[in-house]
Write a new protein. Structure first.
Length: 213
């Protein structure tokens, strides 16, 4: 039995047509089963940080620690609540990057896309064909969602946080489910992170196989 790579899920909403449970995914917790540890402040994953410090169920990366120290040192004595923000990663053409990430997400998640193209657009997606077949078995064509990206927030030069919405058939009153996921730059191409895909299909009870060797 393959190890289940899908993450813990959030609150559920019911699809009215067939009773399947779909759980919406909002903000990402710093560490969920099968996912990667992330800084609770900036959202970067463990592989992008030099250090990740843990306390209970929260994490903070070395860069956010430095920013916090600078904010504390510069704060007036009566300031209690301080805010830190990592500077946005420098990009030569931010508009083109965001457009490419939007295209990748909206092609890989929803739409009439072949299995080969969908797997190519997902990080480590070469062994995800069985999950696509299971989706077809669980959801008839008239119940499959389309998607659109609401906004993209760059976390680093090779990772972005992506907020997108699943839209089910039914016109203006059709169910809409917001999700938050990640895009990663892999071999020079932006892709849906495998973590995001596995968490997404986990909402309808489909497990991910272990990543390809």
């Amino acid at each position: 039995m393959p190890e289940d790579e899908s993450a813990e899920q959030g609150p559920s909403s019911r699809l009215p047509s067939d009773g399947l449970q779909l759980r919406t995914a909002g903000a990402w917790p710093p560490f969920v089963g099968g996912g990667q540890r992330r800084c609770s402040f900036c959202g970067r994953r463990e592989g992008s940080a030099r250090h990740l410090v843990r306390s209970r169920d929260a994490y903070i990366c070395d860069e956010c620690v430095d920013l916090a120290a600078e904010a504390i040192a510069a704060a007036p004595p009566d300031a209690k609540s301080l805010r830190i923000r990592r500077p946005a990663p420098a990009r030569s053409d931010p508009g083109a990057t965001e457009e490419e990430i939007e295209r990748v997400f909206e092609t890989a998640i929803g739409g009439d896309t072949s299995d080969d193209e969908r797997m190519e657009l997902i990080e480590g997606g070469s062994n995800l064909g069985t999950t696509l077949e299971l989706i077809r078995q669980r959801l008839p064509p008239d119940q499959r969602a389309d998607s659109y990206v609401e906004y993209v927030r760059m976390l680093s030069e090779d990772e972005a946080e992506v907020h997108f919405v699943l839209v089910y058939p039914g016109g203006p009153t059709a169910p809409r489910f917001p999700f938050a996921g990640h895009a990663v730059l892999s071999d020079g191409h932006w892709k849906v992170s495998r973590e995001t895909w596995c968490r997404l299909i986990g909402t309808i009870g489909i497990p991910c196989p272990p990543p390809p060797a």
